[in-house]
Write a protein that binds this ligand. Structure first.
Ligand SMILES: *[C@@H]1O[C@H](CO)[C@@H](O)[C@H](O)[C@H]1NC(C)=O
Length: 199
């Protein structure tokens, strides 16, 4: 079966993978209420655009046993209606895989919902919140979704480069632990060159 991390991506983006999810999600750590998740003040959607490397990844469906988890990228591109065209690029089975979806702005700048959620069964809800970012080095982003009545959450540490200073990783670890996760739920994807350097 797939590593849990990929499973999350797959689950979100490919409804077809749902059956694999069912046997691998036993006792989920409960998702925190959004009130416990900070929101980047004065979020600048134009500056957040561009390519981010996923340097750190934590969530209630991740396990540090996914330790050969390969780095992937997510590219944010503003469309005319100010929603984001979001493309993730992954190396899988020696091929580059691309997942494209839309993040729609909500009334709170920095918080998004998934566009055309009906295209992703069995997904019931999906929330994205930019927790903090300096736009040119790092970003912390919180994701929560409900699928088959189970609540999943994950936090990504994005970098404009593949490596980030240790303090930023430590802050990330502290933050995800404040949301109820443990070291066991944190993955630092292995940097690669294939596919993710192309865009
Ligand atoms: C979204 O991004 C993908 C991949 O870069 C691209 O093929 C597609 O045309 C874009 N869609 C819009 C509406 O910008």
């Amino acid at each position: 079966t797939m590593p849990h991390g990929l499973l999350w991506l797959g689950l979100t983006l490919l409804g077809a993978l749902q059956t694999q999810a069912q046997d691998s999600t036993p006792n989920l750590i409960p998702a925190p209420p959004l009130s416990k998740v900070p929101l980047q003040p004065n979020f600048q959607d134009d500056q957040f655009q561009g390519k981010w490397y996923v340097v750190g990844l934590a969530g209630n469906a991740f396990s540090k046993e996914d330790k050969d988890f390969k780095m992937y990228t997510t590219n944010y591109e503003l469309k005319e209606d100010r929603s984001y065209n979001v493309t993730s690029t992954l190396l899988r089975n020696q091929r580059c895989d691309y997942f494209v979806r839309t993040f729609v702005q909500t009334s709170q700048p920095g918080q998004f919902s998934l566009g055309n959620i009906k295209a992703y069964p069995p997904l019931q809800s999906y929330t994205v919140r930019v927790v903090d970012t300096d736009y040119n080095q790092f970003a912390t982003v919180f994701f929560k979704k409900v699928s088959q009545n189970k609540e999943y959450f994950k936090i990504t540490l994005y970098g404009r480069t593949k490596e980030l200073p240790p303090e930023l990783k430590e802050n990330f670890i502290r933050f995800v632990k404040s949301l109820g996760l443990s070291d066991d739920n944190i993955v630092f994807p292995v940097p690669i060159d294939k596919c993710i350097d192309d865009q």
